[in-house]
Design a protein around this ligand. Structure first.
Ligand SMILES: *Cc1c(COP(=O)(O)O)cnc(C)c1O
Length: 438
């Protein structure tokens, strides 16, 4: 194809040497294209840029002899726009099937397919024997696409939702037009969670009424709400032959969640949705959906109405290439260490503040009780340039996911992937300053 013919411009021995260097510098592209897996070691930015450039130069809007007479021809007013989409002006997808190749965009289509292969290898490296696809929308909308796929494949007409008070999944359900049947949480010590027997009762009730239920369970959540028992729910879904979608918004960063997913996949899980930004450290705007069933993923991709912007997919590809598996595993380890550090520091803090760390199973976040208005405390932390803590009043039924009065006011602090020791140390210092009014 491409030949770097510099013969006659320099002496032959220099030409050979130069071409050898060039070949070695470009070999990474051949390696990536032949393996199609997440690399062990991350790649530097210039190489990633080069790979993206190669792909984007395959799209028809880059064809120097193209005759463009469609109403959509990847035309851009400004070079800035072209840069913002990494050259993929035609986007991805074809007539509302994201994973179908787009004739106007051979490069973007190949790039998307490569990203999905890499995602799949990433998930398998984490121990999940699934197929994965990247979606150009965040978690809530990705859940909508999954639920639409469930409806198309199984005629489901009601979503049974063990109550987890996050607006995105709830809106995601309503967007698809499903009725929602909530299953209430109960209090177990400090922890708020849903009894699996209550979920089974809800299934039986809906079936008795002649409906076709599906389940939307939640794996990752803020304390005091604990994870749904997705393994037991998976067993019940298998027994009753009911589709099961898992909201695993930030599940890929921690072994605790991955292990639960691994087990649940042995029973019934149709798909899991995770956020590209929460797990792969991309800018916000992408989703990751994974399933054992390739046909299910195809149905998800078919549910998308129209063509999509390539950028959320490119961001996933860039993360996978930049981090490599090695760095990702290191980041997971750092996350775990920071979570332990946070627990230690909060345990020291509560001795001084006459409060307690809530006893809740959660590998990312911790909640500490407070004796003054938690919303005000969170506001003070915000003004001290801390982002992320949530202050929740015991009466706030939405935030605690508990429809009765929760026994404590509390502050939630997260040690999620990407966090650094110094953030953890600093936030606990600031919290101490606020609580002890220094
Ligand atoms: C972050 C999060 C979401 C957010 O969804 P987006 O659509 O990505 O904003 C949904 N559910 C849970 C449990 C989350 O933690």
């Amino acid at each position: 194809m491409f030949r770097m013919d510099v013969s006659g411009l320099i002496p032959k021995n220099m030409e050979n040497r130069g071409l050898l260097i060039l070949k070695d510098n470009l070999r990474f592209i051949e390696d990536i294209l032949s393996h199609r897996r997440i690399p062990k070691e991350g790649l530097p930015e210039d190489k990633i840029r080069l790979l993206l450039k190669f792909f984007s130069l395959m799209d028809t809007d880059k064809d120097p002899k193209v005759i463009r007479i469609g109403e959509r021809e990847g035309r851009c007013v400004s070079k800035i726009q072209e840069e913002l989409v990494s050259g993929f002006c035609h986007g991805i997808g074809r007539s509302g099937n994201l994973i179908d190749p787009q004739p106007k965009a051979p490069g973007a289509s190949a790039m998307y397919n490569l990203t999905n292969s890499m995602l799949t290898s990433f998930l398998r490296n984490l121990g999940l024997k699934v197929h994965g696809i990247g979606l150009p929308v965040a978690t809530g909308l990705s859940l909508s696409l999954c639920l639409n796929a469930v409806r198309r494949m199984y005629n489901s007409n009601v979503v049974i939702y063990p109550y987890a008070a996050h607006k995105s999944p709830i809106k995601g359900v309503y967007l698809v037009g499903f009725r929602m049947r909530l299953v209430e949480t109960k209090l177990y010590g400090d922890a708020v969670k849903v009894d699996v027997d209550d979920i089974e009762d809800a299934i039986v009730h809906e079936i008795d009424m002649g409906n076709n239920p599906c389940i939307l369970s939640t794996l990752t959540f803020f304390p005091p709400r604990e994870s749904d028992d997705i393994v037991e729910i998976g067993k019940i879904c298998k027994e009753y032959n009911i589709p099961h979608i898992v909201n695993g918004a930030y599940a890929l960063q921690n072994r605790y969640y991955i292990e639960k997913l691994r087990k649940a996949f042995k029973y019934r899980v149709d798909a899991v949705v995770s956020s590209s930004d929460k797990n792969l450290l991309t800018p916000i705007g992408g989703g990751i959906v994974y399933s054992k069933d390739k046909d299910f993923l195809r149905e998800v991709s078919l549910s998308y109405p129209g063509r999509a912007c390539a950028t959320p997919i490119v961001n996933i590809l860039i993360s996978l290439l930049s981090l490599g598996m090695k760095r990702y595993l290191e980041l997971m380890e750092e996350q775990r260490r920071c979570r332990d550090l946070l627990e230690e520091l909060l345990n020291n803090l509560v001795e001084k503040t006459e409060s307690k760390v809530l006893n809740i199973n959660n590998p990312i976040s911790l909640a500490v009780t407070v004796n003054s208005d938690p919303v005000e405390i969170a506001g003070k932390l915000y003004n001290l340039r801390v982002t992320g803590p949530r202050g929740v009043r015991s009466t706030d039924k939405f935030a605690t996911c508990y429809l009765h009065k929760y026994p404590y006011d509390y502050i939630v602090i997260n040690a999620a992937i990407g966090v650094r020791d110094k953030d953890i140390i600093a936030v606990v210092e600031k919290l101490e300053d606020v609580l002890l009014r220094r």
